[in-house]
Write a protein of this length. Structure first.
Length: 227
């Protein structure tokens, strides 16, 4: 069996560490996400799911424990190495799209590729292919303010996949949408993930959406358990 795309071992994280008002957020987290697996992370508000996702995506460091991405231990690695892994191997999606307002939908997907050394024509073709997969290709020339909330989030999905990551981390990707739009956007996300063979860890409050993923885990009081 191949190594998991994501492996967290003994992850601990506390705020105000060592002080009387110390708050333990993660208390010995062990988690593996296999290749091609889509895992739902279910957690009440304030339970630490964003902290867990940030540590998994190398945006934050744990107080102790190890993070492995595609078999490589990131413990103690230089910032330049961590940045390169984030850029090449990890895609991020947030509740709010965070698209660059002055650029079109296509340009928001092209720019990360150009920053990664991809030729312009290749980047443009890839951007249009991704937009077509999520049904937003006709809106490629529109800026974010000219798109609906669901369209904006689908563009954000495409941007997260622009550089062909191995792991997708999503923090409440449909949490800012109405139920009907949420369903449409989630279906687009799952189709995109399945068609690319991505591994994904998706945090959500929506238990119906969570049940449609391969596996569910719950974060509560600093620990994980299977649902």
């Amino acid at each position: 069996m191949s190594d998991p795309v994501l492996r967290l071992s003994g992850i601990k994280k506390a705020y105000n560490s060592g002080k009387p008002n110390e708050v333990t957020v993660l208390n010995g987290i062990d988690l593996e996400v296999a290749r091609g697996e889509v895992v739902a992370l279910v957690a009440p508000s304030g339970a630490g799911k964003s902290t867990l996702l940030h540590i998994a995506g190398l945006l934050d460091t744990p107080d102790s424990g190890t993070v492995e991405i595609d078999g490589a231990d990131m413990t103690g690695k230089r910032d330049a190495i961590r940045t390169a892994v984030r850029r090449n191997d990890v895609g991020f999606i947030y509740q709010f799209h965070h698209l660059l307002p002055e650029f079109s939908a296509a340009e928001n997907i092209i720019l990360p590729q150009l920053a990664n050394g991809v030729e312009r024509k290749t980047a443009e073709a890839h951007a249009m292919d991704l937009l077509d997969r999520v049904g937003v290709a006709p809106r490629a020339a529109h800026r974010p303010a000219e798109l609906s909330g669901g369209e904006q989030q689908r563009v954000a999905f495409c941007r997260a996949l622009a550089n062909g990551p191995k792991l997708l981390l999503a923090d409440e990707p449909t949490g800012n949408l109405d139920p009907v739009t949420s369903e449409t956007v989630f279906a687009a996300l799952m189709a995109l993930v399945r068609s690319t063979g991505l591994s994904a860890l998706i945090a959500t409050h929506n238990l119906e959406l969570a049940a449609r993923m391969d596996r569910q885990i719950r974060l509560d009081q600093g620990t994980l358990r299977a649902v």
